[in-house]
Ligand binder design. Sequence first.
Ligand SMILES: *Cc1c(COP(=O)(O)O)cnc(C)c1O
Length: 341
Amino acid sequence: MISKLVRENIKLMKPYFSARQEFAGEASVYLDANENPFGSPLPEQYNRYPDPLQVKLKEKISSIKRVLAENIFLGNGSDEGIDLLIRIFCNPGSDSIVICPPTYGIYEVCASINDVGVKKVELTAHFQLDIEGIQNAADAFTKLLFICSPNNPSGNSINHSDIEYTLRNFAGIVVIDEAYLQYSSQHSFISELDKYPNLVVLQTLSKAWGLAGLRLGMAFASVEIISYFNKIKYPYNINTATQRLALQALEDEQPVNNWTNQVIGQRKWLRIQLLALPFVKEVYPSDANFILIKVEDADFVYESLIKKGIIVRQREGCIRMTVGTPAENDLLIKELKNLAQ
Ligand SMILES: *Cc1c(COP(=O)(O)O)cnc(C)c1O
């Protein structure tokens, strides 16, 4: 069923076979990859190419996420996973994806770069899926559906049962982007991989894990889908520094859990403060580490905050603010209160 969705040229092509794949064992002399044998002009050595399949890092992620390593793909941020999905499944010029705006902008950008059509099925007034709209929009050339939950920029989680419905009824691949999962009380769809062969779950170390600068995104899917990721990715897509540092960071989840709990507490506090501001028309419920608010004059609020050195984001005529440290949030609320006067 999945192989019917994969582009014919991707099925037929021969992948690049790197030196480290041709010989993957341990040896004492490596003269196969034209590396500098002396070392690197750094305290740590980077003269050797990285592990193309990131075996150690996947083992670690496998134990944390309780998913087999063979069901994991690691990318240079989630963005690589999104781009590869489009290139595995969508023929340029004829195929399409479905997205549900307002949502993360990269899905459309990656589709456009690849000359893949974008069918937009707006979320409902409560930022939930328009199930019927999605079914109506999809045709024989629609290969992927992107669902972001909790959704960026609205912040809410998408109803679990609606996602399950689309997993059962959408004829293509359903991609669930769980970048903000840690901040919500929802279960990950990772545990449903066996049930739905058309499911791909995206997660990242960029948000709760505090490693946006390292660039490590994860895709969880069937062995078959993962094999296509591995077939078309650039051979050494995750560099040595990222592999080493991510492995080290994943040793201890405690600080991450502490930060996450703090963010959730601060989100609650911010919500109460924001609701009390006269020019705030709506504070949308958030399961993420940001809050979207509707205000009378988004341009004015945005520009005024910039003048005070506080940068937020304008989205859909609303303001999206990341939950900061308690001190940062205090300052934000103080400046917003000043605007009300
Ligand atoms: C921030 C974010 C990501 C993370 O992207 P990376 O490339 O892993 O940094 C993914 N999806 C959504 C919806 C996001 O908001």
